[in-house]
Design a protein around this ligand. Structure first.
Ligand SMILES: *Cc1c(COP(=O)(O)O)cnc(C)c1O
Length: 386
């Protein structure tokens, strides 16, 4: 039973993502785990790294998991290991976090933007076909696809994998938001040539700083990734057989993640419960997110779509006045970002990415959202339309 006083405090301020509630659930275990690292002193590549990697691989059914410094570096590691460089086209959605195109652009390759579907927010296979033709016409060499499992739901991988096979492209899944989700009977992490995920604190599975991981079933790729993670090392880090990075995860972050992974399945269930309640109570006033029959979502975000920008901005301001934080992910499609405005785009256009940028709004979503607090959020949303 929670104490009335404590409950009052947590009811007063509504968190968008309640990391404090999660921490209080596991605090003694996390403290013990961190103290253990302080005791053994192997701050870099300590024993917790191996333990975490094998637990992560088991969790998603991938043969190999490689921990690293962030989700961005996880993407970069794979692209480097695959030799992506100038003249190569890598296809990715125009409605995503900038880390996705950044990893491609950093290597001098060309990110080619693909439009998304308005109901799942994920890469549109038809637009992907278009982009491949367009990239070829521009003299680029199509190499890879980075589908992004936006807001926690896997992309329609059957469709994407068919296109990849037809054009001899490989697939790097950006699962920064979807680790823990399933597509058919495959877990995210066990799809494509490799999968990159992020353990940034606000992601469904987060650490207490930056962290990420790569998953693959390909042993040769794993060996290249391991080398690149530590300065392109050969027999050791002072033997450099390729250009690499310093992309290791801190041992302390691994220690934290080992504790968090234990409660992750329960948290995924709680997130689904929160999403179910939103779906049931908001579906008649706003467009609620669609999850494909073939997939599950881990609900990195619960994102609704409003009829136009004015209504979206009005609702966001109204919610703020009611003490309900709501955030726009993402207010600009990538083709409108200064850094990426000259990138190649899909053959037709990227209208649906633009459409969503003007209309989406993400509501508070986390495993510790109580029914009472969620009722207040729902009442606030519905109140705007009454
Ligand atoms: C968060 C995120 C990343 C990057 O992860 P970091 O750990 O912050 O580097 C990449 N892609 C997507 C879709 C993300 O949401």
């Amino acid at each position: 039973m929670s104490q009335p006083g404590v409950q009052l405090v947590s009811q007063d301020k509504i968190e968008f993502i309640d990391l404090a509630a999660q921490q209080s659930r596991i605090r003694p275990l996390v403290e013990k785990a961190i103290l253990k690292v302080l005791d053994h002193g192997a701050y870099v590549m300590g024993p917790e790294i191996d333990v975490l990697e094998s637990q992560l691989a088991t969790f998603c059914g991938a043969k190999y998991a490689l921990s690293c410094s962030s989700g961005t570096d996880a993407l970069l590691l794979v692209l480097m290991a695959q030799g992506i460089g100038p003249g190569d086209a890598v296809f990715l959605p125009s409605f995503t976090f900038p880390a996705t195109p950044e990893s491609v652009a950093l290597l001098g390759a060309s990110p080619v933007f693909v439009d998304v579907l308005t109901d799942t927010f994920n890469m549109d296979p038809a637009s992907l076909e278009d982009s491949i033709k367009r990239a070829q016409a521009a003299g680029l060499t199509p190499k890879a696809i980075i589908p992004v499992d936006l807001f926690g739901q896997p992309v329609d991988y059957d469709a994407i994998e068919a296109i990849a096979a037809a054009h001899d492209l490989w697939v790097l899944c950006d699962a920064a938001q979807s680790f823990g989700a399933k597509y058919g009977n495959r877990h995210v992490g066990n799809i494509g040539l490799a999968t990159a995920t992020s353990f940034f604190p606000a992601k469904p599975l987060g650490c207490y700083g930056d962290g990420g991981a790569v998953f693959t079933n390909d042993k040769d790729l794993l060996d290249r990734l391991k080398s690149i993670r530590v300065h392109g090392q050969g027999v050791d880090k002072y033997d450099n057989v390729r250009v690499g990075l310093n992309a290791r995860m801190d041992t302390i972050q691994a220690a934290v993640l080992i504790e968090k992974l234990k409660i992750f399945p329960d948290e995924i269930e709680q997130r689904q419960r929160v999403a179910d309640i939103y779906n049931e109570t908001l579906g008649d006033v706003v467009v609620v997110p669609k999850v494909m029959d073939t997939a599950t979502s881990v609900w990195a975000q619960y994102t609704i779509v409003l009829p136009d920008q004015k209504t979206r901005d009005g609702l966001q301001a109204h919610l703020k006045s009611q003490g309900v934080p709501a955030v726009v992910y993402y207010s600009k499609p990538l083709q409108e970002q200064v850094a990426y405005k000259d990138c190649y785009i899909a053959g037709q256009n990227l209208d649906r990415s633009k459409y969503l940028s003007d209309r989406v709004l993400s509501l508070p979503m986390h495993a510790y959202l109580t029914r009472d607090v969620q009722k207040r959020i729902i009442a606030a949303v519905r109140g705007y339309f009454e």
